[in-house]
Design a protein around this ligand. Structure first.
Ligand SMILES: [Zn+2]
Length: 1005
C-alpha cells in the first residue's frame, strides 16, 4: 500500500519537476519522457490505470505466482480475426511444466481472456496419463491469475503438459495482442501486433508471465494469405493451409531460444519489407517492415540497424547475436517508442522511419539512438534478464547508456558524447532533486507498480550511474566486466549483485585499485534516492589543499519532512586545473561527510574544477575565491575549460541558486561569458535554466531589462551560427542554430530572425515547393504564425491536418498554437471538444497544454476551462481511456506559467469549484505546489535579479548588433510578439535534448 502511494507521488513529481524546470507539461518535456511512456500511457489508459491502482491496493504481493510449477516450453497457436465486427483471436496453448514442489494446483497469469474450461487438460508428459481437473479458479479480474485445481497431486521433479483453448480480444489498448490501423489510398487498414512488456503477455495467452520464468516458445500464427503475412521472433519453418478455412494459412515458426514471456512478439499485416544488404550482417537476415506507402523511408534503418547489431554491439559484448534473423517493424499505433522483442523489434513509425528530404537532423539522431538502445537490449535484457522488475534499471539504464556509443559508432559526426550530460544527466537531476524521488532499486509487485518503473530513474539515472562506474573502472575494464557478466548468466536472470560481482572480478584481473568493493560503492547509488552536492573549500596555502564535503541536493527542503535517513554516497571525485592533462582523483567515502585533499594540482592562484567531464552523478559548489577564478577564466578564454564542464558549471550554479545554496548574483555572473559561447552543450545547459527565469519574468515590471540582457547574450550566438543553414554545418551546429533561433525569433523578437522566418513561411504559403528546412520547420512556422494573422495560421493548420509525415504533424500541432490571436486560440479550444473536428481526440490534450504554454494562450486556456468546464469534462469523459484523469491533466498544464498571486488565486478557485474531479488528484496538488513555488520564487529572487540586471546595464558599453541575414535589421527586443515564444518552449527540447522530439522509447507505454 505504501508502495503504491509513493509511486503515485513519484510519477507526478517526475512530470511535475520536468515541467517546473522547463515550464510546459505536454508542450514541454513530457514527450521526452521520464517515462518516455508514462504520459502516453496515462493519457490513453487513465481509466484502466485507476482500476489497477485500486486492485493493487488490495492485492500487493498476492499478484505474484507461486514457484512450485515452472514452464520449460510453450507451443502457442493464435489465429487473429482482423475484421471489423470480429476483432478476436482464437488461441490454443500447450505448456510443458516442471513440478518443483508437489502440488495439486497450477497457477498462471491470464487477463481479459475467455478460457474454454472444458478444454483444459493436464497430462503426465512421460506417459500421457491425464489428471482429473477439479476446477478452474478464474481470478483474472482481481489478480490476473487463473488456477487449475487437480484431483491428485503432481510429483516433484516430473514434467507435465497443460493445454487449453481460449479467445482473446484483439483490443485497441496497445497492449497484449492488439490491433492498429492506418489509411492507405483512402482505405482503413488493420494489423495485429503484440506488446507484451511489462506484464501483458497474459493478455495474449495464459502464461507464467514473470521475467525469471523463462522458457522456449514455439509460435504458430494464422493469417489470410492473399493479402497478409505473419512474422514472429523466429524464422518461419513451415507454412500450411488452415483446415476448413479457405484462404487462411498457418506459419509455424522455429522454437525460440530460452527467453522471458515479455519478449514474445508476432505481427500479422499487409506490411512490406526491405532487406538489408547481407554484407552488413553476415549470417543474419535483416529486414525493415512498414506500411507500403512508407517503404521509401526504411533505407536509413536498413543501413544502420545491421551495422549496430553485428559490427558494434557484437564487438562490444564479444558475444554473437544468437538468432538467425532480425526484423524491425514500424507500427502506426504504439504506446512506447520501441520494444526490444528478441528478433522482432517494434517501433512507433517516427522512431524507425526517416525521410532524407523531409526529416530533421534531430529526427535522424533519434532513429539512430533508439535503434542503438533496442539492439543493446538484445544482449542486455533479452540474453540476460533482470530477475524481477525492481531492477528494471539493469535493462533500461544499460540500454540508455548504449544509445550514445552505439549511435556514435554509425554516426561519428553526431558527437553523442558531447550530448550525454545535457540530455540525460541534467534532466534526471531535476527529478532526483525532489524529496519524492525514489531509489533505482525499488520493490514492486503489481502491474501498476511495475509500469511505473519505466521512468527517468530507471532510464536516465540508470545510464548516469553506469557511465560513472565505467569511468572509475576504466571503459575497457568495464566492458570486459560486462562480457563476463553476460557469459556467466546467458539465457538466465540476474539481480544487481551479479553485475557488481562480475565487475569486481574483472577489476581484480585488471588490477584496478578501488577503496571498497564495486558492490559497496555502487549500492550507495542504487539503494538510496537522490544525489550529493560536493562542497569544495580550498585552503589557499602552500599545500594548496581542499576540503570536500557531501550533502544531499534538494531543490526544496520540506520543513515537515519525516525522512530520517542520513544520505551519504561513495563519490568518485575527479579534479583538474588543466583540461589537456589527465584529471586527478580521490574518493569521498560513503561513511564520511568530508575528506581532506592534501594537494590539488597547480597552485593556489589557479582555479580548480571538480567532476571532470561531469562523469560523476553529483553537483559541485566552490568557495567564492575559486568561483571567481573560474568566472575570470570563462570571461577571458572559456575554451580552456571543456565544453562539458562549462555546461556543468552553468547547470550546477543556476540550479543551486534555485535551491538557495548560492545567490542568483553568483549564478548570473557566470552567464555573462555566454556572449562568447558558441557550443551546443553549454548553451543547452544555460538555455534550460534561463528559460525558467524568462517564464517567471513574463508580464512583470522589469521584464524588458531581462529581455535586454538575454538579447545581449543571444545576438552573438545568432550571428555566429546564422539563420541560414549551410551545407558545411556539422550536426551540433544544426542543433545550436535551433537554440539561437528559439531565443532570437521565439523569445526575444530579434527582427532579423523574425523577418527571415516570415519570408520563408510566406514563400512556402505561395508555393508548396518552397518547403521549410526540416530543422527549422517548427520554429519558422511558430514565428510566422505568431507574427501573422489568420491566413498564416490557416495555412499551418491545413498543413497539420493533411500531413502524412509523423514528425511534421507533431511539429505543426505545436506551431499552430503559437498564434497570439485570442479569437483563433478560442476557436482551437472549441475544436478540441467538438466531435469530428480536425483536432483528433488523441491530440486534444496536447493542443490544450501547448496553448497553456503560450503566454497569451495561458489566460485564454485558463478562462476556457473555467467557463466551459462541464462541456469539456463531458467530451473527454465519454472517451474510453481518457477517463476522469483528463480534467486533472488539463488543469495541471495551467500551473507552470503561474507567476503572480492573481493567477494563483484564479487557479485555486478553479480547483475548489471542482472538488469531485480535482480535489483528490495528486497531479493537481503537485501542480498547485509548482504554481505556489513559482510565486514564492518571484518573491525571493525577482528583486535580486532585477538589481543585478540594472547593474549590468549601467556597466554595459553597447549592446551587440545583429549581423543581418540578407538585409538590414535592428535588434528590437520587445514584448509584443515574443509572446508566443514560450509556446515553443517545447523547442527548448531542441535545445535541451537535441533530438528527442517525441516520447522516447523502449518497452512500453
Ligand atoms: Zn529499453
Amino acid at each position: 500500500m505504501r508502495v503504491v502511494v509513493l509511486f503515485g507521488l513519484l510519477l507526478i513529481a517526475a512530470i511535475g519537476m520536468a515541467v517546473e524546470e522547463l515550464k510546459t507539461e505536454e508542450g514541454g518535456r513530457w514527450w521526452y519522457a521520464p517515462s518516455r511512456k508514462a504520459p502516453l500511457y496515462e493519457h490513453k489508459y487513465q481509466g484502466i490505470r485507476n482500476q489497477l491502482v485500486r486492485a493493487a491496493a488490495r492485492q500487493g504481493e498476492d499478484m505474484r505466482l507461486p514457484t512450485d510449477v515452472l514452464p520449460t516450453s510453450y507451443t502457442i497457436r493464435l489465429l487473429p480475426f482482423i475484421e471489423v465486427g470480429n476483432f478476436t483471436t482464437d488461441g490454443y496453448i500447450e505448456i510443458l511444466v516442471e513440478c518443483k514442489k508437489a502440488t495439486s494446483s497450477i497457477s498462471m497469469n491470464a487477463a481479459a481472456l475467455t478460457i474454454d474450461t472444458e478444454s483444459i487438460t493436464v497430462v503426465d508428459n512421460e506417459n500421457n496419463t491425464p489428471f482429473e481437473v477439479v476446477s478452474l479458479i478464474d481470478q483474472q479480474t482481481e489478480r490476473e491469475i487463473i488456477t487449475i485445481n487437480l484431483k491428485t497431486s503432481l510429483v516433484d521433479g516430473k514434467t507435465y503438459k497443460i493445454s487449453m483453448k481460449f479467445v482473446s480480444i484483439l483490443n485497441d489498448e496497445l497492449r497484449g495482442f492488439y490491433r492498429s490501423t492506418y489509411e492507405e489510398n483512402g482505405v482503413t487498414k488493420y494489423l495485429a501486433i503484440s506488446q507484451m512488456e511489462a506484464p501483458d503477455a497474459r493478455r495474449a495467452f495464459p502464461c507464467f508471465d514473470e521475467p525469471n520464468m523463462k522458457a522456449v516458445f514455439t509460435i504458430i500464427v494464422g493469417y489470410k494469405n492473399d493479402t497478409m503475412s505473419a512474422i514472429s521472433n523466429m524464422p518461419v519453418n513451415k507454412t500450411e493451409p488452415i483446415e476448413n478455412m479457405p484462404g487462411y494459412m498457418w506459419n509455424h515458426f522455429d522454437p525460440s531460444v530460452k527467453m522471458s514471456s515479455y519478449l514474445v512478439a508476432m505481427m500479422v499485416s499487409e506490411f512490406v519489407s526491405e532487406t538489408s544488404n547481407s554484407s552488413f550482417s553476415p549470417g543474419i537476415v535483416y529486414k525493415i517492415w512498414a506500411r507500403p506507402s512508407f517503404r521509401n523511408q526504411t533505407a536509413y534503418s536498413a543501413d544502420i540497424g545491421p551495422k549496430i547489431l553485428t559490427d558494434y554491439a557484437k564487438n562490444y559484448f564479444l558475444i554473437d547475436f544468437p538468432l538467425p534473423k532480425m526484423d524491425m517493424a514500424a507500427i502506426p499505433d504504439f504506446a512506447a517508442g520501441a520494444m526490444e522483442n528478441w528478433g522482432l523489434v517494434t517501433y512507433r513509425e517516427a522512431d524507425l522511419l526517416y525521410d532524407p528530404k523531409r526529416s530533421s537532423a534531430s529526427a535522424k539522431q533519434r532513429v539512430a539512438a533508439i535503434i542503438a538502445h533496442e539492439l543493446a537490449h538484445q544482449w542486455f535484457g533479452d540474453y540476460v534478464t533482470m530477475d524481477w522488475w525492481n531492477v528494471l534499471w539493469l535493462n533500461e539504464g544499460f540500454a540508455s547508456y548504449m544509445e550514445y556509443p552505439g549511435t556514435e559508432y554509425v554516426e561519428p559526426g553526431f558527437e553523442m558524447n558531447e550530448q550525454f550530460t545535457v540530455t540525460d544527466l541534467h534532466y534526471v537531476f531535476g527529478i532526483d532533486a525532489l524529496e519524492s524521488s525514489r531509489p533505482i532499486d525499488f520493490q514492486v509487485n503489481t502491474p501498476d507498480e511495475i509500469n511505473q518503473m519505466f521512468d527517468a530513474i530507471s532510464y536516465e539515472k540508470g545510464s548516469c550511474i553506469i557511465r560513472m562506474c565505467a569511468n572509475f573502472l576504466g571503459e575497457p575494464v568495464f566492458r570486459r566486466g560486462v562480457t563476463r557478466y553476460l557469459n556467466a548468466h546467458a539465457y538466465g536472470n540476474t539481480v544487481q549483485q551479479d553485475l557488481w560481482k562480475a565487475l569486481q572480478e574483472q577489476a581484480g584481473i585488471d588490477k584496478i585499485v578501488l577503496p571498497d568493493t564495486v558492490e559497496k560503492i555502487m549500492e550507495t547509488w542504487t539503494r538510496q534516492m537522490g544525489f550529493p552536492v560536493i562542497n569544495v573549500t580550498r585552503s589557499y596555502n602552500a599545500n594548496n589543499g581542499a576540503t570536500a564535503s557531501q550533502q544531499r541536493f534538494l531543490l526544496r527542503k520540506n520543513p515537515n519532512s519525516t525522512d530520517t535517513n542520513v544520505y551519504k554516497w561513495w563519490v568518485p571525485l575527479t579534479y583538474t586545473n588543466n583540461f589537456s592533462a589527465p584529471a586527478e582523483s580521490s574518493w569521498l567515502p560513503g561513511s564520511a561527510e568530508s575528506i581532506q585533499i592534501s594537494r590539488l594540482p597547480g597552485s593556489s592562484s589557479d582555479w580548480i574544477i571538480f567532476n571532470v567531464g561531469q562523469e560523476g552523478y553529483y553537483r559541485v559548489i566552490y568557495d567564492e575565491r575559486n568561483l571567481n577564478m573560474i568566472r575570470e577564466q570563462l570571461m577571458k578564454s572559456h575554451t580552456v575549460i571543456s565544453k562539458k564542464n562549462r555546461a556543468q558549471i552553468l547547470d550546477d550554479y543556476l540550479n543551486m541558486a534555485r535551491a538557495n545554496l548560492t545567490s542568483y548574483v553568483s549564478a548570473m555572473e557566470l552567464t555573462r561569458y555566454l556572449t562568447n559561447e558558441h557550443d551546443y552543450a553549454p548553451w543547452t545547459a544555460a538555455s534550460v535554466a534561463l528559460d525558467y527565469i524568462d517564464v517567471m519574468f513574463y508580464g512583470l515590471l522589469d521584464e524588458k531589462d531581462w529581455k535586454d540582457y538575454m538579447t545581449g547574450l543571444v545576438i552573438p550566438l545568432y550571428n555566429h551560427v546564422k539563420y541560414t543553414e549551410s551545407a558545411s554545418d556539422v550536426h551540433l551546429t544544426v542543433f545550436t542554430r535551433s537554440q539561437a533561433v528559439y531565443w532570437a525569433c521565439g523569445k526575444l523578437n530579434i527582427s532579423d530572425c523574425v523577418q527571415n522566418a516570415d519570408r520563408d513561411y510566406h514563400a512556402w504559403m505561395a508555393n508548396d515547393a518552397n518547403e521549410l528546412s526540416p530543422n527549422l520547420r517548427r520554429l519558422i512556422s511558430c514565428t510566422a504564425i505568431a507574427d501573422g494573422s489568420r491566413p498564416e495560421w490557416k495555412f499551418g493548420f491545413d498543413k497539420y491536418v493533411n500531413s502524412t509525415l509523423p514528425n511534421e504533424k507533431t511539429e505543426l500541432l505545436r506551431a499552430i498554437t503559437c498564434t497570439v490571436n485570442v479569437t483563433i486560440l478560442n476557436e482551437m479550444l472549441v475544436m478540441m471538444i467538438t466531435n469530428n473536428s480536425d483536432i483528433r481526440l488523441q491530440d486534444a490534450s496536447t493542443l490544450f497544454s501547448n496553448i497553456a504554454a503560450n503566454p497569451v494562450g495561458h489566460q485564454v486556456a485558463m478562462d476556457f476551462l473555467t467557463n466551459r468546464w462541464n462541456e469539456t469534462s463531458a467530451y473527454f469523459g465519454g472517451f474510453q481511456g481518457f477517463g476522469g484523469g483528463t480534467m486533472a491533466r488539463l488543469f495541471r498544464s495551467l500551473c507552470n506559467r503561474v507567476n503572480t498571486q492573481a493567477k494563483l488565486n484564479q487557479l485555486k478557485k478553479l480547483r475548489s469549484d471542482h472538488p469531485a474531479e480535482l480535489g483528490s488528484s495528486k497531479s493537481v496538488s503537485q501542480g498547485m505546489e509548482v504554481a505556489e513555488a513559482n510565486v514564492l520564487w518571484v518573491q525571493q529572487h525577482y528583486d535580486t535579479i532585477v538589481n543585478w540586471l540594472k547593474s549590468q546595464q549601467s556597466a554595459a558599453t553597447t549592446q551587440p548588433t545583429v549581423a543581418t541575414t540578407p538585409s538590414t535589421v535592428a535588434t528590437t527586443p520587445s514584448t509584443a510578439s515574443s509572446v508566443y515564444l514560450d509556446n515553443f518552449s517545447t523547442l527548448i527540447m531542441v535545445v535541451l535534448a537535441g533530438f528527442w522530439s517525441l516520447t522516447r522509447f523502449c518497452s512500453f507505454p
